[in-house]
Design a protein around this ligand. Structure first.
Ligand code: HEC
Length: 304
C-alpha cells in the first residue's frame, strides 16, 4: 500500500534531516509555505469532482478529507502536501507544482482545524459549510460525511471555476438549412479536473436547438483521458436519445483517445431537456455532462 511507502519515506526523510526528535515537523525544505485560501480555490477546480465540494468525499470514488483519520495518517502538513504532490489528482498524478500541492495541503490541514479556529472558520465559509461550534474543531463535519454525500450530480456551489469561456464560438447556426454545427472540446480547460466540454460540466453549458434541426457535432479531445459524447435522456441512460446522437460503435462508451476528434450528426427529436454526456465509465457521474434543450420552436443558442 502506498501509505506504507509514504510512512517509510517520511521516516527516512526525518532521519536524513537529522530531526528524529519528538518535536512535530511542520515545515519541509522542499515545500514552500502553503496558502490555504489559494488551496481552497484550486481544490474547487481540480479535486472536488472526486472529493466533493466540501472535501467530504464521494462514496465509491474518493475518501473524505475532513475525517479525523486524515490528521492521524499525516502528522505534519508537508506529509499531506507530499502525498498530494505524488499521487493527486488521481486522474493525472504529478501534474501539480510543489506550490500548488503545498497550497492544497494547507487547505486540507486548515479545514481539519490544524491551523487554528480562525483559519478553519474562514475555510468552512469558503467551501460553503456552516461554521461548527468553536469547541469542537474537527469532529462535526466527519460525522455527517458517511451518509450524506450521494449527490454527485448536484451542482457544486463553491468557488467558481477559472475563467469564463466565450461559448459563442462553439455553435455555428445556418438558419437556411436549419443546421447547427456544435464543437465540443473535451478537457478544453482544467475546470472540473478536465472533465468538461468547452470548459463546462455539471450541466452548466446549455445548448438549445429547435426540434427538426440537424445537429452536426465535432468532438475533439484535448485531455489526457479518452472521452466520448452523446445526447442522452436522464442521468443514467447509456444510449443516444435520437438516432445517431452519439459517437458511433464502441467509441460511444470507450471514447476517443487524447488528441483525436470524431463527428456525428443527428436530427433533434421531440422537445425536452437532455444531456450531452461522456459515456466513458464514471465520467458523467464526475460531472462531465452539459445541458441540451430541444424546443418546439425558436432559434438555436448556446450559453454558460
Ligand atoms: C479522479 C478522482 C480523484 C481526484 C480528481 C482527486 N482525488 Fe484524491 N483521492 C482519490 C482516491 C480514489 C483516493 C484514495 C487513495 C488512492 O486510491 O490513491 C484519494 C486520496 C486522497 C488523499 C489521501 C486521503 C487519505 O485518507 O489518506 C488526499 C489527501 C487527496 N486524495 C487529495 C486530493 C487533492 C488535493 C486532489 C486535487 C489536486 C485530489 N485528491 C484529486 C481520488 C481522487
Amino acid at each position: 500500500m502506498r501509505f506504507h511507502w509514504l510512512v517509510a519515506g517520511v521516516a527516512a526523510a526525518a532521519l536524513m534531516a537529522g530531526c528524529g526528535t519528538t518535536t512535530a515537523v511542520t515545515a519541509h525544505p522542499s515545500f514552500p509555505p502553503g496558502n490555504p485560501i489559494r488551496g481552497a480555490k484550486l481544490f474547487a477546480s481540480t479535486c472536488e469532482a472526486c472529493h466533493g465540494p466540501q472535501a467530504q468525499g464521494t462514496p465509491g470514488l474518493a475518501p473524505n478529507l475532513t475525517a479525523r483519520s486524515l490528521t492521524t495518517l499525516y502528522t505534519a502538513e508537508w506529509e499531506l502536501s507530499e502525498f498530494i504532490y505524488q499521487y493527486m489528482p488521481k486522474t493525472s498524478p504529478g501534474s501539480l507544482t510543489r506550490q500548488q500541492a503545498s497550497d492544497m495541503g494547507a487547505f486540507l490541514w486548515g479545514l481539519n482545524g490544524k491551523l487554528g479556529v480562525a483559519t478553519r472558520n474562514k475555510l468552512f465559509t469558503l467551501v460553503g459549510l456552516p461554521i461548527p461550534p468553536s469547541s469542537s474543531p474537527s469532529t462535526s463535519s466527519s460525522s455527517s460525511s458517511s451518509s450524506s454525500s450521494s449527490s454527485a450530480s448536484s451542482p457544486p456551489s463553491s468557488a467558481s471555476p477559472s475563467v469564463s469561456t466565450a461559448v459563442g464560438q462553439f455553435l455555428k447556426v445556418n438558419a437556411a438549412s436549419k443546421t447547427v454545427t456544435l464543437n465540443l472540446v473535451a478537457s478544453y480547460t482544467n475546470a472540473n479536473s478536465g472533465l468538461n466540454y468547452d470548459g463546462y460540466g455539471n450541466g452548466k453549458l446549455v445548448v438549445t436547438v429547435p426540434t427538426g434541426w440537424t445537429v452536426d457535432v465535432t468532438l475533439s479531445n484535448k485531455g489526457p483521458l479518452p472521452h466520448s459524447a452523446a445526447i442522452v435522456k436522464g442521468s443514467t441512460s447509456t444510449s443516444p436519445a435520437f438516432p445517431g446522437a452519439g459517437l458511433p460503435g464502441s467509441e460511444l462508451t470507450s471514447g476517443i483517445a487524447a488528441g483525436q476528434s470524431a463527428n456525428f450528426s443527428f436530427k433533434a427529436g421531440s422537445a425536452g431537456k437532455y444531456r450531452i454526456a461522456c459515456l466513458v465509465v464514471g465520467h458523467e457521474a464526475l460531472g462531465m455532462w452539459d445541458t441540451f434543450v430541444v424546443t418546439s420552436s425558436g432559434s438555436p443558442s448556446i450559453k454558460a
